[in-house]
Design a protein. Structure first.
Length: 263
């Protein structure tokens, strides 16, 4: 059955009005007709079975049933991703959505290459949100993770205060190398595996911070540690910023979530 995404306010008195993008897709791409049945996820965890009534610029339908989508992880992971250059953020949002994150917070750091004014950052955030919506629809999620407008690192760190587990990925946590300062040595941290508890109760919140292409600056790592973030590394190899977030989210879902869980 074809799946579409709607917002909760588009459901009223047992009827659904699809937005123009979804209406265009079901009419012109899928060529659905009045009487066909589809699934409509409201982005907040509920999934509606809908019989189409009209198909046009704004398709409408009648709700036949409602169910709670069970495709959400028992742990709630928020990815704090330093904004990379180019279209890498789209790939990160797409993969992270498929892997079950509940929120993506783009972060501006000292080594962020891209510089835009506030209005253009909002435009970028709207584009990333559309990517999250399409990824959620493709992978069968009824929850669409919100993608924030990029914000400075200090504000992002404060957002993570209520997380049960806070992880800051940093290549300096791999070990002491020649030429590292005493400050860097104090911040070596530990490996990801050593920093993780054996279990986490269902509903636990995890915050994961990933740096930009050039990595987080030393004072940024110090700021994260001062706010209770664990500084962790992932072994002898340095991961690209577009690889690191999805890779660590996958590890966390395998350890505490539903990745690979039996039905």
């Amino acid at each position: 059955m074809h799946r579409f995404t709607i917002t909760p306010e588009r459901i009223r008195d047992g009827r659904v009005v699809f937005d123009r993008d979804e209406s265009r897709h079901l009419a012109r791409v899928l060529r659905l007709r009045s009487g066909d049945t589809v699934l409509a996820a409201d982005g907040a965890g509920r999934e509606y079975t809908v019989r189409l009534e009209t198909v046009g610029d704004e398709a409408t339908g009648t709700v036949l049933g409602v169910d709670t989508n069970e495709h959400e992880s028992p742990v709630r992971i928020t990815l704090f991703q330093s904004v990379p250059k180019g279209d890498k953020m789209e790939s990160i949002v797409r993969a992270s959505t498929e892997l079950g994150v509940v929120r993506v917070v783009p972060v501006l750091t000292a080594r962020t290459i891209v510089t835009l004014d506030t209005g253009r950052w909002r435009d970028r955030a709207r584009r990333w949100q559309r990517v999250a919506k399409e990824a959620a629809k493709q992978c069968g999620r009824a929850l669409v993770p919100p993608v924030d407008v990029p914000r400075p690192l200090g504000e992002a760190l404060e957002l993570g205060n209520d997380a049960d587990l806070r992880l800051c990925l940093w290549e300096g946590a791999r070990g002491v190398a020649a030429g590292q300062s005493e400050g860097e040595a104090r911040l070596l941290g530990t490996t990801l595996a050593a920093s993780l508890p054996l279990t986490l109760p269902g509903g636990s919140r995890i915050a994961l911070l990933i740096g930009p292409e050039g990595g987080l600056a030393l004072d940024e790592v110090e700021a994260a540690r001062a706010r209770g973030w664990a500084i962790v590394g992932v072994g002898p190899r340095v991961l690209r910023t577009e690889t690191a977030g999805p890779a660590i989210v996958a590890v966390l879902q395998a350890r505490f979530g539903d990745l690979g869980a039996q039905d």
